[in-house]
Design a protein. Structure first.
Length: 646
């Protein structure tokens, strides 16, 4: 258990509060003042002393005192010092925020170069890290804000963080407890498997979306299949195969008769010669194409060689450059360091810090000599290091220039290779587009034409009979083609009907799966409702005034998690006035403080809105704007009035 009590707070030049001391001596206090009398500044100073933030938790906020033109007054130290009692043991904390002014070499006046903050614990100077570590030993900053700000829980935390905080202090409800409390949920554990509720709800949502997408597509797919079904009116499916086979037999018979007529002796010889010539023409054409391909392959090989060269040159075209920025920054740092060392002046005490006697002149002179020697040595070291860094910078610049030149030459060489590749590709395209016009091919082509003409003349004698047979075969083939199309239509129609049945079966299965997912979703929502009811009862029992709503009922019957603070049934975020917000915030602090075993001073801003506060174990500092009714009131409360409660 830890209890912190505020004994006193001193402010100097802090946010316009020039010189003020708040001394509650560990007791509750009321601080009254009109607007713009720095009431909120008291809370900001307390928060800044501990955590470098204002009372709202903002890191960057103005600390300096301003002049009549709203400009910072330079040269002031801005200080907050607090004496606190930790389990009745006192500790003093102090922070001093001041400007840093430096006189640079060659300048008559010092110039502003930034700010510095000094830290003290029990009047002993300490480093920032040591100071922050000492504060952290007391309590975590976020927990401290929870226990000292009436509005932090409800206004600074996201609702999910508020919910987590309540669960931490009040304890969660196990899944087994929830399922035991509701008979409908007895089979939910088997449904969940290794997943938790949130994971399973996400899985359900994903599956439902996927099923919905599929269900939306199925009617379109069925309609598309139906629109593509062929018209089978007039087709007798049972006779198709038989009629097709009859037509094929008739065609074969007529073709055999035609072949007997056409296969005379001379015609057979000429036809044989024609086939030989056609074979030779094909061979010439293959050899021509093979030659073209050989040339093209050679050229493609050349392209690959050029591409390999380009790939080898690519890294050199964009080489990594050496960074100059770090060297330049280092040189500037050494330059600034040199000026800072050079500006140091000798300062020696007149008396011995140990015994208090006046130091002899020779001791002072010896100290002065040592100071001058050390200063000269440090300047010489800085000069040497600076020369080394400048040399390195020049070398880096030269190397970058060299790399840039080589990269440019490399890119030019790559461009030359790419031009050659383009030319070779054009040559390949021209080769592949060429026609066969060799003397041998032309000769064989003429020979083929001569044989074809001779065969035509030989057939002229039986032309009339052949024409009649060919006409009959043509009629049969047309009829056969019609029947084949009808058969194809029937096959297409049957496939379409099968596909429609498959889609309808798929639709029923998906609807069944969707219904199952809906039931599982209902169970998860019922789980959340049951768990939230158990949680709300468990959590609300820990608080006297504050109550919490942990879920919202949706229009579709589902639920969504939330965390809304209620006071007398009124939501904190809507409808609750500022006084009740403070009251419910203090009630929350009481419960949280008991959980963490930690009590710390609570600053209540705008406390005039509350007439009666809850009983608090922690120290309370009320910041009140009183009613200003008379001129005497205005004069009295034109500055802060502190009343320590007995």
């Amino acid at each position: 258990m830890t209890e912190i009590r505020l004994m006193s707070l001193k402010y100097r030049n802090f946010k316009g509060l020039r010189d003020f001391e708040l001394r509650p001596e560990g007791k509750n206090a009321n601080v009254r003042g009109d607007n713009a009398t720095y009431k909120t500044t008291l809370a900001d100073g307390w928060s800044w002393l501990l955590f470098d933030k204002d009372s709202r938790g903002v890191k960057e906020f103005p600390i300096k005192t301003l002049d009549e033109n709203n400009e910072p007054i330079h040269g002031l130290e801005h200080e907050v010092e607090g004496v606190i009692s930790i389990n009745e043991k006192q500790m003093t904390l102090k922070k001093v925020f001041s400007e840093k002014w430096t006189k640079k070499r060659g300048q008559a006046k010092a110039v502003f170069t930034g700010h510095t903050t000094n830290y003290y614990i029990n009047d002993v100077p300490v480093k920032k890290g040591e100071y922050e570590a000492r504060i952290a030993e007391l309590i975590d900053e976020k927990v401290f804000m929870l226990l000292t700000s009436p509005t932090y829980f409800n206004e600074q935390l996201h609702w999910t963080e508020r919910r987590k905080t309540l669960l931490r202090i009040c304890g969660d409800v196990s899944n087994e407890e929830v399922m035991y409390a509701n008979e409908e949920l007895r089979n939910l554990a088997k449904i969940l498997g290794d997943r938790d509720i949130d994971e399973h709800r996400k899985l359900i949502a994903s599956k439902k979306k996927k099923i919905n997408d599929e269900l939306e597509k199925i009617p379109t797919r069925i309609d598309e299949v139906e629109r593509n079904l062929p018209d089978i009116s007039g087709i007798v499916p049972d006779k198709l195969s038989e009629d097709i086979q009859k037509l094929k037999n008739e065609i074969n018979k007529k073709q055999a008769e035609l072949s007997r007529i056409e296969n005379g002796g001379e015609i057979a010889e000429k036809t044989k010669q024609l086939r030989q010539v056609e074979s030779e023409l094909l061979q010439i054409e293959n050899e021509f194409r093979a030659n073209i391909e050989t040339q093209a392959t050679s050229k493609r090989r050349k392209i690959m060689e050029l591409q390999d060269k380009i790939a080898e040159l690519r890294p050199k075209a964009n080489p990594p450059m050496m960074s100059l920025e770090s060297l330049e920054k280092e040189i500037q740092r050494l330059r600034d360091k040199w000026h800072e060392v050079n500006s140091r002046e000798f300062s020696a005490p007149d008396t011995c810090p140990t015994c208090g006697q006046v130091l002899p002149a020779e001791k002072i002179e010896e100290a002065r000599t040592n100071f001058s020697r050390q200063k000269a040595e440090e300047l010489e070291r800085i000069n040497a290091e600076g020369q080394e860094k400048r040399s390195a910078l020049e070398r880096a610049k030269a190397e970058n220039k060299k790399q840039s030149k080589q990269a440019k030459e490399t890119r030019q060489e790559i461009q030359k290779f790419e031009t050659q590749i383009a030319q070779i590709k054009a040559e390949i395209d021209q080769l592949c587009a060429g026609d066969i016009k060799t003397p041998a091919y032309m000769t064989k082509s003429k020979e083929k034409a001569t044989l074809e003409a001779a065969i035509t003349d030989l057939k002229a004698g039986s032309q009339e009979t052949v024409a009649k047979l060919q006409e009959e075969i043509g009629h049969f083939e047309t009829a056969l083609e019609t029947l084949e199309e009808s058969k194809q239509k029937m096959n297409q129609y049957r496939q379409g009907q099968t596909r429609i049945k498959e889609l309808e079966a798929q639709e029923k299965q998906l609807a069944k799966e969707y219904e199952k997912l809906e039931h599982e979703l209902y169970l998860t929502e019922e789980f959340i409702r049951t768990k939230v009811n158990l949680l709300e009862g468990k959590i609300n029992s820990r608080f006297k005034l504050a109550k919490f709503k942990l879920f919202n009922q949706l229009v579709n019957g589902g639920v969504e998690e939330c965390c809304e603070t209620l006071y007398n049934g009124v939501p904190y975020s809507s409808g609750l006035n500022s006084g009740h917000r403070i009251i419910v915030g203090l009630d929350i602090i009481n419960t949280l403080s008991e959980h963490y075993g930690f009590w710390a001073p609570i600053f209540i801003d705008n406390a005039e809105s509350v007439t009666t506060l809850p009983i608090m174990k922690a120290q309370v500092i009320r910041l009140i704007k009183p009613e200003i009714e008379t001129e005497n009131d205005r004069k009295k409360y034109n500055k802060l009035n502190v009343e320590v409660c007995q």
